[in-house]
Design a protein around this ligand. Structure first.
Ligand code: HAM
Length: 434
């Protein structure tokens, strides 16, 4: 027996039954993003690995353990470039903003991406895939806290229009380059005497990425986290004012937010406002985002404030399903064409009529494979079509079709089926209901 292949672990097919969820999210997300003045951008899946290394931070899980990167084939000079499948969207967008000189345009430049594939070699587990898709927005070139509130308001409006309820909106501020270093020292001083009793990951975080100590999920470290100093108590005045303004503006967008002083985020580029939305039932993030005022500079550009979010589309769909939200379905088949004869004339007429219907914009299906009359009628009933177009001996001989109303359970027998010239079929169907 030849080997049967399966998709790779952590990668999934999006089958036709799930597609309406994706189309629904795409429709609502792009409408709302455009309503807020965001314009679509698509960046390449592959980037130079350095783009992610520099932006996300060397000490982060995403870059250190989860990135799919490899040496490309050598170019003419024999040089090889190390390239990576993007693990997230922000770095590529900022790279594009700088590469295309968008900092010379009127600021802010407001961009969105949608259905964008991201690749992270995570441990396979529920709600964590190795390929996932994001809807994201990025606003570059403006540090005004009104944009922070706008981002959160936009996303909340998307979820509301999708019909999602009971979403928790958590925000925090993690300071900037002026106040965060002092806080990190404070945090390290607090953890130093506790370190021997910390999990192995925390011992590494202590040197590589101390803020992430607060993100540890190990039960043994929870009491330490609970008593740790909070960054919001150590913000410098401009960061404190910024955070207060974000909260004030959020009330205008009617977003029911809470402050979660433990949000630190898994990427190094964040400054000031950070936020995550979660479902009420678990703490798994539907999206994450925040301000990244130093990122453009790290990628070799001018000082450029920025803020954005990425929302995991798989996670939104799982939450929609959990809440019983049904997306609008696909358009139903209107007509199913059947033919009751084995000679080529029957098949030719069936294909011709089906082609004409489709070209006239009427969703039509036909029976394939010369099946029995009974099997074809069963197929047409199962198709959900409103009508069957029937080609029997009579119809073929006199250039007509019989049109059977398949949804006419309660109708008088004589109204269920009519015969009409083939040439009048489309006019009859398009004229109906006018
Ligand atoms: P992130 O928090 O790493 O942020 O990812 C954003 C969202 O993508 C998560 O909240 C989650 O919904 C989804 N996600 C992440 N990893 C997976 C996975 N393995 N499987 C399924 N869903 C996943 C970022 O990526 C930032 N670039 C967001 C951002 C944009 N910040 C500023 N601008």
């Amino acid at each position: 027996m030849p080997e049967q292949y399966k998709s790779l672990q952590g990668f999934r097919d999006i089958l036709p039954d799930e597609q309406p969820y994706w189309r629904f999210i795409e429709k609502i997300a792009s409408e709302v993003a455009q309503l807020y003045g965001y314009r679509r951008i698509d960046t390449p899946i592959l980037e130079e690995t350095a783009v992610f290394h520099k932006s996300s931070g060397e000490g982060t899980d995403i870059v250190e353990h989860e990135m799919y990167n490899f040496d490309d084939r050598a170019d003419k000079e024999g040089k090889r470039q190390n390239i990576a499948l993007r693990p997230e969207g922000t770095a590529g967008v900022v790279r594009a903003y700088l590469e295309h000189g968008m900092f010379q345009l009127a600021q802010p430049v407001k961009l969105y991406y949608l259905g964008t594939e991201m690749f992270r070699r995570e441990k396979p587990q529920a709600k964590r895939y190795r390929q996932h898709h994001q809807f994201g927005c990025e606003a570059l070139g403006e540090g005004d806290p009104a944009i922070d509130a706008e981002m959160i308001g936009l996303l909340y409006q998307v979820y509301s229009r999708l019909g999602l309820q009971h979403i928790r909106v958590n925000i925090n501020s993690i300071g900037d380059r002026n106040c965060r270093p002092q806080y990190i020292e404070l945090l390290k001083n607090y953890y130093r005497p506790l370190l021997a009793d910390c999990c192995d990951d925390c011992k590494i975080r202590f040197t590589k990425n101390p803020l992430r100590l607060l993100d540890c999920k190990e039960p043994q470290d929870q009491p330490k986290i609970a008593a740790a100093p909070r960054i919001t108590d150590h913000l410098c005045e401009p960061c404190q004012e910024h955070f207060e303004a974000v909260q004030r503006f959020l009330t205008f967008y009617q977003v029911p937010y809470a402050i979660d002083k433990l949000i630190v985020r898994g990427l190094d580029y964040y400054t000031r406002t950070v936020f995550e939305f979660t479902s009420e039932v678990d703490n798994v993030a539907l999206n994450g985002g925040g301000r990244y005022d130093g990122l453009a500079e790290i990628l070799g550009g001018p000082t450029t404030p920025g803020i954005g979010f990425g929302a995991g589309m798989e996670r939104i769909i799982l939450e929609m399903k959990r809440q019983g939200i049904v997306p609008p379905g696909e358009t139903a088949t209107r007509v199913f064409v059947v033919y009751f004869g084995k000679t080529p004339e029957f098949k030719n007429a069936a294909v011709q009529i089906t082609a004409n219907l489709r070209q006239a914009g009427i969703k039509a299906e036909m029976s394939y494979g010369d099946r029995s009359r009974k099997a074809q009628m069963k197929q047409s009933n199962a198709s959900g079509a409103a009508y069957a177009v029937i080609l029997g001996d009579d119809e073929l001989a006199n250039g007509t079709v019989s049109l059977k109303n398949l949804q006419a359970d309660g109708m008088e027998i004589e109204n269920k089926q009519i015969q009409l010239p083939q040439s009048e079929l489309i006019a009859y169907l398009t004229g109906e209901g006018k």
